[in-house]
Design a protein around this ligand. Structure first.
Ligand code: ZN
Length: 185
């Protein structure tokens, strides 16, 4: 898993720290990709989904949703490992990060520098999902673990919505990375 991105460090965000979290974000994305591929091949995919982290972040199972998530995480893993990915650290930028669809560039800010270790890794998965084209209207209402899950639950009739929310994707990957589900059972 090469973390080959070109990193522009800042006083608060030294290159080694950024690269370490990039490596963790790549591992989390690959593990999530493998989990989703295994689910897709499993005869009891729906039962595993219901008992796993998937139902917490993305609610009810559907074949379409599972395929979409696998597609997203294949892309996220590819983006994070891409040698042309640029990560630019800016101590004056107040937010965690920023990224735009189809442009392989992540800006990290002061909030990222001050965040917990797992939030830093989560942020990189979050921003890579924006590069992969995932975004949602009023994203700020979906920030954080609690709001992500609550919003997903309250928009259950819009079945695919949580798969567009970068924080839902990021926290889901962190759950998979933390081994909150049994892989390849
Ligand atoms: Zn975002």
């Amino acid at each position: 898993m090469p973390a080959t991105a070109q990193i522009t460090p800042s006083p608060l965000m030294p290159e080694a720290a950024v690269r370490k979290h990039l490596e963790l974000a790549i591992q989390a994305s690959l593990k999530t990709q493998h989990r989703l591929a295994a689910l897709l091949a499993a005869p009891d995919a729906e039962t595993q989904w219901d008992q796993g982290a998937e139902s917490a972040w993305f609610l009810q199972y559907s074949d379409r949703k599972l395929r979409k998530l696998l597609q997203i995480f294949s892309r996220v893993a590819e983006i994070l490992q891409h040698p042309n990915l640029k990560i630019v650290c800016d101590d004056k930028f107040p937010k965690y990060g920023e990224a735009h669809p189809f442009i392989k560039r992540i800006k990290l800010g002061k909030a990222w520098a001050e965040a917990s270790a797992s939030e830093r890794t989560q942020s990189l998965v979050h921003e890579a999902s924006h590069i992969a084209g995932r975004s949602i209207i009023n994203e700020g209402d979906w920030y954080g673990q609690q709001d992500s899950q609550a919003r997903a639950a309250s928009s259950w009739m819009f079945n695919m919505r949580a798969t567009r929310n970068a924080d839902s994707l990021g926290y889901y990957a962190m759950d998979i990375a933390a081994g909150k589900v049994t892989l390849f059972q």
